[in-house]
Design a protein around this ligand. Structure first.
Ligand code: SAH
Ligand code: SF4
Length: 428
């Protein structure tokens, strides 16, 4: 999501002032730091990065430094108190005003904090997106109304708002016209997408998927993130009926214990999650699954944690993001008394990661000797190679030429590495 936002910011500055991206902060006239505050670690990085910016400004006092995104939204003027060389603090919903704000700073050399949260008017003010490569993100909704007790997102990104269907389709068309063939629809909870059309009918997420899939030039469609509570039957059907919709689903569950799920305010039980997965696998047997987990949530006992391990074993995930619980400002979980010690969090994280590594390895090894369809996305870091993804999102390296970019090609899988595959392209 931040990557998407950053690229839109770059687009705005280019259109307004002809500014272009440079390779290193030392060369920039305007330094914008787009920030994440979902866990404390990400937030700490902001200040260490700002320390680096400060040195640059010492040599070149005319440069403008701006901090945007979730930490900016959360901390506001406190950022300039701690780092007075920051000229501009802008929130998650104000970045469309960047050109105007930067101009004001240039003229008046004032410090500005812009944190209002108007109803995602920002999208109405952004220039057309510029494609970078053959795969692109498109934000379809912003914010979140779920208020999980550990999560800062509803406070930093605001209420849930869906973009108009026509705007989403127009953005997709614009990217497809530039050679994009894969689109990933983005939002905190894409499957609670809801937009009421002029005639009163409601377009939900499943219906949006069908419409995007129809667009000319689209080969692959993906989305992230979705919430277990909003996994409608229509969505499951979409996995069967839409050939462009790839068989991969990131569906965060956070914990396998009902007690913890309740304390997290996730709104569903373990059994419901398992039922959803079962229905999905019945509908689309080749679907690969990934998830997010938090270990050491306040009150999590060894028995609760074992429930999480058990759920992981029962389902079998291709991959997962596993986090230690991190207390965030404003969130109800920070007031819960039964905290888990750092040692126990560490230990649980290691156990969960070990199990996940095992499962990822299994998922990769299961591809050996199969022929899979790979969308060629980029050159590998190793020079001679190209790299792409299977329908179920596994990375495949193979020997090939850059002219294959954007093409779908059959690849015979010969090797499974730690996190990716190698194969031989089958040339027609
Ligand atoms: N909207 C998505 C994900 C939002 S944040 C969802 O609900 O699934 C991405 C992930 O960060 C979450 O799924 C969660 O696993 C993790 N996360 C969020 N807040 C956290 C916190 N306070 N401590 C540790 N992990 C957290
Ligand atoms: Fe955060 Fe929960 Fe909303 Fe996801 S659903 S963004 S975890 S509050």
């Amino acid at each position: 999501m931040n990557e998407y936002d950053s690229s839109r910011m770059a687009g705005l500055m280019k259109k307004a002032y002809g500014l272009r991206l440079v390779a290193s902060p030392e060369d920039a006239d305007v330094l914008l730091l787009n920030t994440c505050s979902v866990r404390e670690k990400a937030e700490e990085k902001v200040y260490s990065e700002l320390g680096r910016f400060r040195k640059i400004k010492k040599d070149r006092p005319d440069i403008i430094i701006g901090v945007g995104g979730c930490v900016a939204q959360q901390e506001g003027e406190r950022i300039q108190k701690r780092a007075p060389y920051v000229d501009l603090v802008f929130g998650t919903q104000t970045y469309h005003k960047l050109p105007e704000l930067v101009n004001q700073i240039r003229r008046e050399r004032v410090n500005i904090t812009a944190l209002d949260m108007p109803e995602i008017e920002k999208f109405d003010h952004l220039p057309q997106p510029e494609a970078k490569g053959i795969s692109a993100f498109v934000t379809i909704m912003e914010g979140c109304d779920k208020f999980c007790t550990y999560c800062v997102v509803p406070y930093t990104r605001g209420h849930e708002i869906s973009r108009p269907v026509e705007d989403v389709l127009a953005e997709c068309r614009c990217l497809l016209a530039q050679g994009v063939v894969e689109i990933t629809l983005l939002g905190q909870n894409v499957n609670s997408y809801k937009f009421t059309l002029g005639n009163g009918t409601v377009c939900d997420f499943a219906s949006l998927l069908y419409q995007v899939a129809e667009l000319d030039g689209l080969k692959r469609l993906r989305f992230t993130t979705s919430h277990p509570l909003d996994m409608s039957e229509n969505m499951i059907r979409a996995f069967v009926e839409i050939p462009e919709l790839m068989p991969f689903l990131h569906l965060p569950v956070q914990s396998g214990s009902d007690r913890i799920l309740k304390r997290m305010h996730r709104g569903h039980k373990r059994a419901q999650y398992l039922e959803t997965i079962e229905a999905l696998r019945k509908a689309r047997p080749d679907i690969a699954l990934s998830s997010d987990f938090i270990v050491g949530f306040p009150g999590e006992t060894e028995a609760d944690f074992e429930q999480t391990l058990d759920l992981v074993r029962q389902i079998g995930f291709d991959s997962a993001y596993c986090f230690k619980y991190s207390p965030r400002p404003h969130t109800p979980a920070t007031r819960m008394k039964e905290t888990v010690s750092e040692e126990v969090k560490d230990e649980r994280l290691q156990r969960l990661l070990a199990l996940m590594r095992e499962q990822s390895q299994q998922a990769l090894k299961a591809q050996l000797n199969k022929t899979v369809e790979v969308l060629v996305e980029r050159r590998s870091r190793t020079r001679e190679d190209m790299q792409g993804r299977t329908p179920d999102f596994k990375i495949v390296h193979f020997t090939g030429k850059p002219r294959l970019l954007g093409q779908l090609m059959p690849v015979h899988i010969t090797k499974a590495y730690g996190q990716s595959l190698r194969g031989e392209p089958i040339l027609a």
